[in-house]
Design a protein around this ligand. Sequence first.
Ligand SMILES: Cc1cc2nc3c(=O)[nH]c(=O)nc-3n(C[C@H](O)[C@H](O)[C@H](O)COP(=O)(O)OP(=O)(O)OC[C@H]3O[C@@H](n4cnc5c(N)ncnc54)[C@H](O)[C@@H]3O)c2cc1C
Ligand code: FES
Length: 282
Amino acid sequence: MYLIEETKQLADRVFQIWIRAPHVARHAKAGQFLMIRVAETGERIPLTISAVDGDSVRVIFMAIGKTTTWLSRLATGDTVLDVAGPLGRPSEIKPYGTCAVIGGGVGIASIPIIAAAAKRAGNYVIGIIGARNSALLILEEELAGTCDELHVATDDGSGGTHGFVSDVLKTALQKQKIDCAWVVGPAMMMKVTSMVTKPFGVKTFVSLNPIMVDGTGMCGSCRVLVGGTTRFACVDGPEFDAHQVDFDLLIQRQRSYLNEEKSAIEEYLVHTCQCSGGSPHA
Ligand SMILES: Cc1cc2nc3c(=O)[nH]c(=O)nc-3n(C[C@H](O)[C@H](O)[C@H](O)COP(=O)(O)OP(=O)(O)OC[C@H]3O[C@@H](n4cnc5c(N)ncnc54)[C@H](O)[C@@H]3O)c2cc1C
Ligand code: FES
Protein backbone atom coordinates (compact mmCIF):
# COMPACT_ATOMS: atom_id res chain seq x y z
CA MET A 1 0.00 0.00 0.00
CA TYR A 2 1.21 3.51 -0.78
CA LEU A 3 0.58 6.38 1.59
CA ILE A 4 -0.94 9.64 0.36
CA GLU A 5 1.14 12.17 2.24
CA GLU A 6 -0.56 15.33 1.06
CA THR A 7 -3.50 16.32 -1.10
CA LYS A 8 -4.37 19.73 -2.44
CA GLN A 9 -6.86 21.10 -4.94
CA LEU A 10 -5.05 23.41 -7.36
CA ALA A 11 -7.91 24.50 -9.61
CA ASP A 12 -11.38 23.47 -10.70
CA ARG A 13 -11.24 19.61 -10.83
CA VAL A 14 -7.41 19.69 -10.73
CA PHE A 15 -5.74 17.98 -7.77
CA GLN A 16 -2.21 17.44 -6.57
CA ILE A 17 -1.19 14.48 -4.44
CA TRP A 18 2.14 13.49 -2.94
CA ILE A 19 2.56 9.74 -2.60
CA ARG A 20 5.26 7.94 -0.66
CA ALA A 21 6.76 5.54 -3.24
CA PRO A 22 10.51 5.20 -2.61
CA HIS A 23 11.18 2.77 -5.49
CA VAL A 24 9.61 5.19 -7.97
CA ALA A 25 11.12 8.34 -6.45
CA ARG A 26 14.63 6.90 -6.41
CA HIS A 27 14.72 6.20 -10.15
CA ALA A 28 12.30 8.77 -11.61
CA LYS A 29 13.52 11.06 -14.37
CA ALA A 30 11.88 13.92 -16.27
CA GLY A 31 9.31 12.74 -18.81
CA GLN A 32 8.42 9.48 -17.07
CA PHE A 33 5.09 8.39 -15.66
CA LEU A 34 3.64 5.93 -13.19
CA MET A 35 0.61 3.64 -13.26
CA ILE A 36 -1.63 3.94 -10.26
CA ARG A 37 -4.45 1.69 -9.06
CA VAL A 38 -6.53 2.92 -6.16
CA ALA A 39 -7.89 -0.46 -5.03
CA GLU A 40 -8.44 -4.05 -6.15
CA THR A 41 -11.64 -3.14 -7.99
CA GLY A 42 -10.05 -0.19 -9.80
CA GLU A 43 -8.35 0.28 -13.16
CA ARG A 44 -4.72 1.29 -13.60
CA ILE A 45 -4.26 4.79 -15.01
CA PRO A 46 -1.09 6.56 -16.19
CA LEU A 47 -0.09 9.85 -14.56
CA THR A 48 3.06 11.86 -15.21
CA ILE A 49 5.63 12.19 -12.43
CA SER A 50 5.45 15.93 -11.87
CA ALA A 51 8.04 16.27 -9.09
CA VAL A 52 10.14 14.15 -6.74
CA ASP A 53 11.10 14.95 -3.17
CA GLY A 54 13.05 12.35 -1.20
CA ASP A 55 10.98 9.15 -1.15
CA SER A 56 7.84 10.84 -2.48
CA VAL A 57 6.46 11.65 -5.90
CA ARG A 58 3.91 14.25 -6.93
CA VAL A 59 1.16 13.69 -9.46
CA ILE A 60 -1.30 16.31 -10.65
CA PHE A 61 -4.48 15.27 -12.40
CA MET A 62 -7.84 16.46 -13.60
CA ALA A 63 -10.87 14.56 -12.28
CA ILE A 64 -12.56 13.63 -15.57
CA GLY A 65 -13.66 10.01 -15.19
CA LYS A 66 -14.12 7.23 -12.66
CA THR A 67 -10.54 6.69 -11.51
CA THR A 68 -9.45 10.32 -11.42
CA THR A 69 -12.64 11.24 -9.52
CA TRP A 70 -11.99 8.41 -7.05
CA LEU A 71 -8.39 9.61 -6.59
CA SER A 72 -9.55 13.19 -6.09
CA ARG A 73 -11.66 12.08 -3.13
CA LEU A 74 -8.75 10.52 -1.23
CA ALA A 75 -7.41 12.43 1.74
CA THR A 76 -4.02 12.79 3.39
CA GLY A 77 -3.32 9.53 5.28
CA ASP A 78 -5.30 7.33 2.85
CA THR A 79 -3.51 4.71 0.79
CA VAL A 80 -3.60 3.43 -2.79
CA LEU A 81 -3.01 -0.19 -3.74
CA ASP A 82 -0.43 0.04 -6.55
CA VAL A 83 2.05 2.59 -7.79
CA ALA A 84 4.17 1.13 -10.61
CA GLY A 85 7.03 3.04 -12.14
CA PRO A 86 8.89 4.95 -13.22
CA LEU A 87 7.66 3.95 -16.68
CA GLY A 88 8.46 5.19 -20.17
CA ARG A 89 11.65 6.69 -21.54
CA PRO A 90 13.02 9.79 -19.86
CA SER A 91 13.11 13.12 -21.70
CA GLU A 92 16.18 13.61 -23.90
CA ILE A 93 17.78 16.25 -21.70
CA LYS A 94 20.97 17.74 -23.19
CA PRO A 95 22.67 21.12 -23.36
CA TYR A 96 20.71 22.37 -26.39
CA GLY A 97 21.12 26.09 -25.70
CA THR A 98 17.71 27.73 -25.32
CA CYS A 99 14.76 25.46 -24.54
CA ALA A 100 11.06 26.23 -24.39
CA VAL A 101 8.89 24.11 -22.10
CA ILE A 102 5.24 24.56 -22.97
CA GLY A 103 2.30 23.25 -20.96
CA GLY A 104 -1.42 23.50 -21.66
CA GLY A 105 -4.15 22.87 -19.07
CA VAL A 106 -3.35 19.94 -16.80
CA GLY A 107 -0.36 19.25 -19.11
CA ILE A 108 1.38 22.00 -17.12
CA ALA A 109 1.85 19.27 -14.46
CA SER A 110 4.58 17.65 -16.60
CA ILE A 111 6.57 20.83 -17.10
CA PRO A 112 8.38 21.53 -13.76
CA ILE A 113 10.47 18.36 -13.76
CA ILE A 114 11.49 18.87 -17.42
CA ALA A 115 12.25 22.56 -16.86
CA ALA A 116 14.38 21.77 -13.81
CA ALA A 117 16.32 19.04 -15.64
CA ALA A 118 16.87 21.24 -18.72
CA LYS A 119 18.13 24.01 -16.45
CA ARG A 120 20.52 21.65 -14.63
CA ALA A 121 21.90 20.64 -18.05
CA GLY A 122 22.88 24.26 -18.62
CA ASN A 123 20.06 25.41 -20.90
CA TYR A 124 18.34 28.79 -20.85
CA VAL A 125 14.74 27.77 -20.11
CA ILE A 126 11.67 29.64 -21.33
CA GLY A 127 8.43 28.44 -19.76
CA ILE A 128 5.12 29.02 -21.54
CA ILE A 129 1.92 27.89 -19.83
CA GLY A 130 -1.69 28.37 -20.79
CA ALA A 131 -5.21 27.48 -19.77
CA ARG A 132 -8.77 28.34 -20.72
CA ASN A 133 -8.89 31.00 -17.97
CA SER A 134 -6.76 32.23 -15.08
CA ALA A 135 -8.63 30.10 -12.50
CA LEU A 136 -7.41 27.00 -14.31
CA LEU A 137 -3.74 28.01 -14.39
CA ILE A 138 -1.55 25.88 -12.15
CA LEU A 139 2.07 25.94 -10.90
CA GLU A 140 2.69 29.52 -12.08
CA GLU A 141 4.71 30.50 -9.00
CA GLU A 142 6.74 27.28 -8.97
CA LEU A 143 7.61 27.58 -12.66
CA ALA A 144 8.50 31.26 -12.31
CA GLY A 145 11.14 30.08 -9.83
CA THR A 146 12.47 27.30 -12.08
CA CYS A 147 12.46 28.90 -15.55
CA ASP A 148 14.66 31.78 -16.66
CA GLU A 149 11.51 33.44 -17.99
CA LEU A 150 7.86 32.46 -17.77
CA HIS A 151 5.06 33.50 -20.13
CA VAL A 152 1.40 32.94 -19.39
CA ALA A 153 -1.55 32.85 -21.77
CA THR A 154 -5.26 32.34 -21.29
CA ASP A 155 -7.86 31.66 -23.98
CA ASP A 156 -10.20 34.33 -22.54
CA GLY A 157 -7.54 36.92 -21.61
CA SER A 158 -8.27 36.67 -17.86
CA GLY A 159 -4.55 36.13 -17.15
CA GLY A 160 -1.36 36.85 -19.09
CA THR A 161 -1.53 37.18 -22.87
CA HIS A 162 -4.95 36.81 -24.46
CA GLY A 163 -4.58 33.75 -26.71
CA PHE A 164 -2.97 30.34 -26.92
CA VAL A 165 0.47 29.11 -25.87
CA SER A 166 1.16 28.54 -29.57
CA ASP A 167 0.67 32.31 -30.21
CA VAL A 168 3.10 33.19 -27.40
CA LEU A 169 5.62 30.68 -28.73
CA LYS A 170 5.34 32.08 -32.26
CA THR A 171 6.05 35.60 -31.00
CA ALA A 172 9.06 34.32 -29.03
CA LEU A 173 10.38 32.45 -32.07
CA GLN A 174 10.15 35.61 -34.19
CA LYS A 175 12.35 37.42 -31.63
CA GLN A 176 14.91 34.84 -30.58
CA LYS A 177 16.47 31.51 -31.49
CA ILE A 178 15.02 28.53 -29.63
CA ASP A 179 16.92 25.26 -30.03
CA CYS A 180 14.55 22.77 -28.47
CA ALA A 181 10.95 22.62 -27.23
CA TRP A 182 8.82 20.31 -25.12
CA VAL A 183 5.07 20.55 -25.53
CA VAL A 184 2.65 18.81 -23.15
CA GLY A 185 -1.12 19.18 -23.13
CA PRO A 186 -4.25 18.13 -25.01
CA ALA A 187 -3.53 16.41 -28.34
CA MET A 188 -4.93 19.30 -30.38
CA MET A 189 -2.77 21.83 -28.50
CA MET A 190 0.32 19.68 -29.10
CA LYS A 191 -0.55 19.38 -32.79
CA VAL A 192 -1.02 23.14 -33.30
CA THR A 193 2.06 24.09 -31.25
CA SER A 194 4.21 21.61 -33.16
CA MET A 195 3.06 23.19 -36.41
CA VAL A 196 4.44 26.50 -35.09
CA THR A 197 7.91 25.12 -34.33
CA LYS A 198 8.27 23.17 -37.59
CA PRO A 199 9.03 26.07 -40.00
CA PHE A 200 11.60 27.39 -37.50
CA GLY A 201 13.39 24.02 -37.48
CA VAL A 202 13.10 23.65 -33.70
CA LYS A 203 13.62 20.13 -32.35
CA THR A 204 10.30 19.50 -30.63
CA PHE A 205 9.16 16.77 -28.26
CA VAL A 206 5.55 16.02 -27.38
CA SER A 207 4.38 13.75 -24.57
CA LEU A 208 1.61 11.59 -26.00
CA ASN A 209 -1.36 10.53 -23.92
CA PRO A 210 -3.14 7.64 -25.64
CA ILE A 211 -5.29 5.28 -23.61
CA MET A 212 -3.06 2.90 -21.66
CA VAL A 213 -3.99 -0.35 -19.95
CA ASP A 214 -0.85 -2.08 -18.63
CA GLY A 215 1.83 0.56 -19.31
CA THR A 216 4.45 -2.11 -20.01
CA GLY A 217 4.20 -2.81 -23.74
CA MET A 218 1.98 -5.92 -23.49
CA CYS A 219 -1.53 -4.87 -24.53
CA GLY A 220 -1.04 -2.58 -27.53
CA SER A 221 -3.74 -0.13 -26.46
CA CYS A 222 -1.31 2.81 -26.50
CA ARG A 223 -0.40 2.38 -30.21
CA VAL A 224 0.55 5.63 -31.92
CA LEU A 225 1.87 6.34 -35.40
CA VAL A 226 5.20 8.17 -35.48
CA GLY A 227 7.04 8.68 -38.77
CA GLY A 228 4.73 6.10 -40.36
CA THR A 229 5.74 3.42 -37.84
CA THR A 230 3.57 2.01 -35.06
CA ARG A 231 5.08 2.70 -31.65
CA PHE A 232 3.85 1.93 -28.14
CA ALA A 233 3.72 5.15 -26.14
CA CYS A 234 4.26 3.36 -22.82
CA VAL A 235 7.62 1.82 -23.70
CA ASP A 236 8.82 3.73 -26.79
CA GLY A 237 7.58 7.09 -25.42
CA PRO A 238 5.63 8.84 -24.10
CA GLU A 239 7.83 11.55 -25.66
CA PHE A 240 8.26 11.52 -29.42
CA ASP A 241 9.50 13.81 -32.16
CA ALA A 242 6.51 16.11 -32.56
CA HIS A 243 7.00 16.59 -36.28
CA GLN A 244 6.62 12.86 -36.94
CA VAL A 245 3.44 12.21 -34.92
CA ASP A 246 0.06 11.43 -36.52
CA PHE A 247 -2.03 13.56 -34.14
CA ASP A 248 -5.31 12.97 -35.98
CA LEU A 249 -5.05 9.23 -35.37
CA LEU A 250 -4.15 9.86 -31.70
CA ILE A 251 -7.24 12.05 -31.26
CA GLN A 252 -9.44 9.48 -32.99
CA ARG A 253 -8.13 6.61 -30.84
CA GLN A 254 -8.48 8.62 -27.58
CA ARG A 255 -12.23 8.66 -28.28
CA SER A 256 -12.56 4.87 -28.73
CA TYR A 257 -14.25 4.13 -25.39
CA LEU A 258 -16.34 7.26 -24.76
CA ASN A 259 -19.56 5.30 -24.08
CA GLU A 260 -17.86 2.85 -21.68
CA GLU A 261 -16.11 5.72 -19.87
CA LYS A 262 -19.40 7.61 -19.51
CA SER A 263 -21.14 4.53 -18.02
CA ALA A 264 -18.21 3.91 -15.63
CA ILE A 265 -18.33 7.39 -14.09
CA GLU A 266 -22.15 7.36 -13.95
CA GLU A 267 -22.18 3.98 -12.16
CA TYR A 268 -19.41 5.12 -9.79
CA LEU A 269 -21.26 8.31 -8.86
CA VAL A 270 -24.55 6.46 -8.27
CA HIS A 271 -22.76 3.77 -6.23
CA THR A 272 -20.75 6.17 -4.04
CA CYS A 273 -23.83 8.35 -3.51
CA GLN A 274 -25.89 5.35 -2.32
CA CYS A 275 -23.10 4.07 -0.02
CA SER A 276 -22.77 7.46 1.66
CA GLY A 277 -26.47 8.07 2.14
CA GLY A 278 -26.64 10.62 -0.65
CA SER A 279 -23.30 12.44 -0.50
CA PRO A 280 -21.43 12.32 -3.82
CA HIS A 281 -18.16 12.94 -1.91
CA ALA A 282 -17.81 9.48 -0.38
C1 LIG B 1 1.70 8.81 -20.20
C2 LIG B 1 0.45 9.53 -19.72
C3 LIG B 1 0.57 10.46 -18.71
C4 LIG B 1 -0.57 11.11 -18.25
N1 LIG B 1 -0.41 12.04 -17.26
C5 LIG B 1 -1.49 12.69 -16.80
C6 LIG B 1 -1.34 13.65 -15.76
O1 LIG B 1 -0.23 13.91 -15.25
N2 LIG B 1 -2.46 14.28 -15.33
C7 LIG B 1 -3.71 14.01 -15.86
O2 LIG B 1 -4.69 14.62 -15.44
N3 LIG B 1 -3.88 13.09 -16.84
C8 LIG B 1 -2.80 12.42 -17.31
N4 LIG B 1 -2.97 11.48 -18.28
C9 LIG B 1 -4.33 11.14 -18.70
C10 LIG B 1 -4.97 10.23 -17.64
O3 LIG B 1 -4.31 8.98 -17.62
C11 LIG B 1 -6.46 10.04 -17.92
O4 LIG B 1 -7.09 11.27 -17.66
C12 LIG B 1 -7.07 8.97 -17.02
O5 LIG B 1 -6.63 7.71 -17.44
C13 LIG B 1 -8.57 9.05 -17.07
O6 LIG B 1 -9.06 7.98 -16.27
P1 LIG B 1 -10.53 8.02 -15.67
O7 LIG B 1 -10.91 6.64 -15.25
O8 LIG B 1 -10.66 9.08 -14.64
O9 LIG B 1 -11.39 8.51 -16.89
P2 LIG B 1 -11.91 7.63 -18.15
O10 LIG B 1 -13.30 7.25 -17.85
O11 LIG B 1 -10.95 6.56 -18.52
O12 LIG B 1 -11.90 8.76 -19.24
C14 LIG B 1 -12.65 9.97 -19.07
C15 LIG B 1 -12.36 10.91 -20.19
O13 LIG B 1 -10.94 11.12 -20.30
C16 LIG B 1 -10.46 10.77 -21.58
N5 LIG B 1 -9.21 10.05 -21.45
C17 LIG B 1 -9.03 8.78 -21.02
N6 LIG B 1 -7.73 8.46 -21.06
C18 LIG B 1 -7.10 9.54 -21.53
C19 LIG B 1 -5.76 9.85 -21.81
N7 LIG B 1 -4.79 8.95 -21.68
N8 LIG B 1 -5.46 11.09 -22.24
C20 LIG B 1 -6.41 12.00 -22.42
N9 LIG B 1 -7.70 11.78 -22.19
C21 LIG B 1 -8.03 10.58 -21.75
C22 LIG B 1 -11.52 9.86 -22.15
O14 LIG B 1 -11.53 9.87 -23.56
C23 LIG B 1 -12.79 10.40 -21.56
O15 LIG B 1 -13.25 11.50 -22.28
C24 LIG B 1 -1.85 10.82 -18.79
C25 LIG B 1 -1.96 9.88 -19.81
C26 LIG B 1 -0.82 9.24 -20.27
C27 LIG B 1 -0.94 8.21 -21.35
S1 FES C 1 -0.31 0.43 -22.43
FE1 FES C 1 -0.30 -1.63 -23.08
S2 FES C 1 1.19 -1.66 -24.63
FE2 FES C 1 1.29 0.36 -23.88
